[in-house]
Design a protein around this ligand. Structure first.
Ligand SMILES: [Fe+2]
Ligand SMILES: [Fe+2]
Length: 397
């Protein structure tokens, strides 16, 4: 049996098609990337790697298949639309055994050939999917248990137990394409678990787009993870209210930033910057935010970054009282706040994250082979967040 720690390299005619197939395979737990042409040939990093060639490959009216590595012919899958019998014969003659005549390639077809070529690779991919499902469960259950412990007053144990959950989010984001973790998070039963996971993940993506190093990324990641802990102190009838909050309820809701600060100051692991960002993540540059109405001079970069990720996540989340906004709608709202409430340069840089998010969603809709959500979408009440409520946006916009 072939060694299975191999990568599947995809060479499709367009970058978009390559990305769709790479994402499709990665969502199924395979190691996959877009193939790199090495000189005149499609290169493989390892002998056991597999190359998938998919397309029509017409150039100036003639079909030209990219030259294939001689050494890897038994590890090549060719999908060619409108193939003539002499082309098929030539490929077969050249040693390629996995050939299919097809235009648009479903990921399932690739997996079928992979299972013939390298069954252990397919087995490992299924194990990877199971591992992801486990991590996803750790994240959701961890968030539920964390908030429950905080409500019960067990701050120390609650914070102690977040380590596993934080690692699980990092691992899940690192091991899966965005479409996979979005799909998992979006279908969590609990709105707070959904929100915290999304904000934390968007923060990781943004830190990457900004070129942050490990230390800076860690700082902003921790702050994002704990930013809404104060919601544990907000009565559930307000937190889970399926409609708009009245002004009294809204005043109570705004207290979550101070409650969060108090909770986090009680533990030396979270006192300091993490607690401060929990307090300040609803402050706006023009002084219209809360709790202190801080202005630009008093709002540092990590807070500005967190606020952008928080608002965007809240806008694209499913909630019981609103449907999720499309990425371009959510980003338009961010842009309408840029320069007055939000840092305009950071909002502009955040567009990269929005583009990735948008592309991930489009690929997920285009692919047939994405794993189903772990559970059917829930209508259970989410945790209302001020940034998600249209009336609250209008309050400051
Ligand atoms: Fe908040
Ligand atoms: Fe939030």
């Amino acid at each position: 049996m072939q060694k299975s720690d191999a990568t599947v390299h995809i060479l499709a005619e367009s970058e978009e098609e390559s990305c769709r197939l790479v994402d499709g395979l990665r969502s199924l737990g395979f190691e996959a990337d877009a193939a790199i042409k090495a000189g005149n040939c499609i290169g493989c990093k390892q002998r056991n790697d597999i190359v998938v060639v998919a397309g029509r490959f017409y150039e100036q009216g003639r079909r030209r298949l990219p030259p294939l590595c001689h050494a890897n012919r038994d590890r090549i899958i060719v999908f060619l639309a409108d193939m003539r019998s002499e082309e098929f014969g030539a490929l077969y003659q050249a040693g390629v055994r996995h050939i299919e005549t097809i235009g648009k390639v479903p990921t399932d077809n690739i997996v079928y050939h992979l299972s013939q070529m390298d069954p252990e690779m397919v087995y490992r991919a299924s194990k990877q999917r199971a591992l992801r499902a486990d991590k996803s469960l750790v994240i959701e259950q961890g968030a539920l248990s964390f908030f429950k412990k905080l409500r019960d007053g067990a701050v120390d144990t609650a914070i102690e137990e977040t380590e596993q959950q934080r690692r699980a989010i990092e691992d899940l984001v690192a091991m899966s394409p965005m479409s996979v973790w979005l799909d998992l998070f979006q279908n969590y039963h609990d709105g707070t678990a959904q929100h915290c996971s999304l904000v934390t993940s968007f923060t990781l993506m943004f830190a990457k787009a900004l070129g942050f190093g490990e230390r800076e990324t860690g700082r902003i990641y921790d702050a994002a993870f704990f930013h809404d802990v104060g919601k544990a102190m907000i009565p559930l009838e307000i937190l889970d209210k399926p409609g708009r909050l009245d002004s009294h309820e809204w005043d109570v809701m705004k207290q979550h930033v101070l409650f969060g600060h108090d909770i986090l100051m009680r533990d030396e692991r979270t006192a300091g910057e993490i607690a401060r960002l929990a307090r300040d993540h609803h402050e706006y540059l023009d002084g219209t935010g809360y709790p202190n109405g801080a202005t630009a001079a008093g709002i540092d970069d990590p807070t500005r970054i967190l606020t952008i990720c928080d608002i965007f996540a809240a806008l694209v989340e499913k909630r019981s009282y609103k449907s999720p906004k499309k990425p371009e709608e959510a980003y338009a709202i961010l842009k309408s706040m840029a320069g007055t409430k939000l840092d305009p340069d950071l909002v502009s840089l955040f567009e990269r994250v929005v583009d990735d998010y948008d592309a991930a969603g489009r690929r997920a809709r285009a692919g047939k082979s994405f794993p189903p959500p772990m559970r059917p979408p829930s209508d259970a009440a989410g945790s209302p967040d001020d940034a998600t409520r249209p009336a609250m946006h209008r309050r400051t916009a």
